[in-house]
Design a protein around this ligand. Structure first.
Ligand code: MF3
Ligand code: CO
Ligand code: CO
Length: 275
């Protein structure tokens, strides 16, 4: 049974499984500002995500922009993560750790940022194409973006999380791609990772019903090959088992009376490549 709880804007209660927070106008305003900052950080990155750049340099830009805007990077020190964004290249599915790794021509890379602004978490990621990228990889990136947006089209009161999942799954499977099951979207707000768990493959009409005030991420990870992942020894980096390419896009959204508000839409229309 799903429980819903109407929360005030200053509610700082921890995640409780099965309790889904319903946020009011102040929560939406907080997420709007944090989401806009997150999107504008990604907007600044195309000039830096180029052959020869390191993922550590990208991380430096993310920290600087976050702090200059009065924010704090949520991943910095989060459960032992030591960087301010995730950089996931090629067969890395998610949670790649920025460092000395050099980007090369033809790579595809996801950059995932989460600035905290006035206590609210704006969580979003996009794919970037490094130099000349092969058609097969570009197609994967395009379809993954379409999966996210088809999922969001289902985000409205009365629908269920399973409707979002099914829209994503149907589109990915139409292209014979693997949909990662090991990682999910999540409630977001004053907490980075809150209830509910937002799956990316599932049956229509199943799972919690969507209600106005729910705030969560949708962040499908789609593989060119099989869905299976494994974790590297660093304890964070998730890769495809078959080493096939993986792509991901993420938005933070709020359910409104008649649909959803996308908090992390690019103010400059740079939501998907080419930038
Ligand atoms: N931003 C990621 C998400 O979408 C979480 C990253 S947690 C980290 O949920 F510790 F790996 F950075
Ligand atoms: Co997320
Ligand atoms: Co994220």
């Amino acid at each position: 049974m799903t429980e819903y709880l109407t929360v005030s804007a200053d509610d700082r209660s921890e995640a409780r499984s099965h309790v889904i927070k319903l946020h009011g106008p102040e929560g939406f305003a907080g997420m709007r500002a944090a989401g806009r900052l997150a999107a504008s950080i990604l907007d600044a990155l195309p000039a830096y995500v180029v052959p020869g750049a390191t993922t550590g340099e990208i991380d430096d830009i993310v920290v600087r922009m976050t702090v200059e805007s009065g924010g704090v990077p949520a991943t910095l020190g989060y459960r032992g993560f030591t960087r301010s964004c995730c950089t996931s290249i090629n067969h890395v599915v998610c949670h790649g750790i920025p460092g000395n790794k050099v980007l090369k021509d033809g790579d595809i890379v996801n950059v995932d940022v989460t600035p905290i602004l006035d206590g609210w978490h704006g969580d979003t990621s996009r794919m970037f194409l490094v130099g000349d990228v092969a058609l097969k990889a570009r197609k994967l990136v395009d379809v993954t973006y379409e999966c996210l947006m088809l999922g969001l089209e289902q985000a409205r009161p009365g629908n269920h999380l399973g409707d979002i999942a099914n829209a994503i799954q149907s589109h990915a499977e139409r292209h014979r791609y693997g949909i990662v099951r090991d990682f999910c979207g999540h409630g977001v707000g004053r907490l980075f990772h809150d209830s509910p768990e937002v799956i990316h493959a599932g049956r229509p009409g199943t799972g919690p019903e969507l209600r106005p005030g729910m705030i969560f991420t949708v962040e499908p990870m789609i593989n060119l090959g099989r869905a299976d992942c494994k974790l590297l020894d660093d304890g964070w980096t998730a890769v495809t088992r078959d080493r096939s390419l993986s792509a991901q896009f993420e938005h933070s959204i709020g359910i409104t009376d008649d649909g959803c508000e996308i908090f992390t839409k690019s103010p400059s229309g740079l939501d998907r490549p080419p930038y």
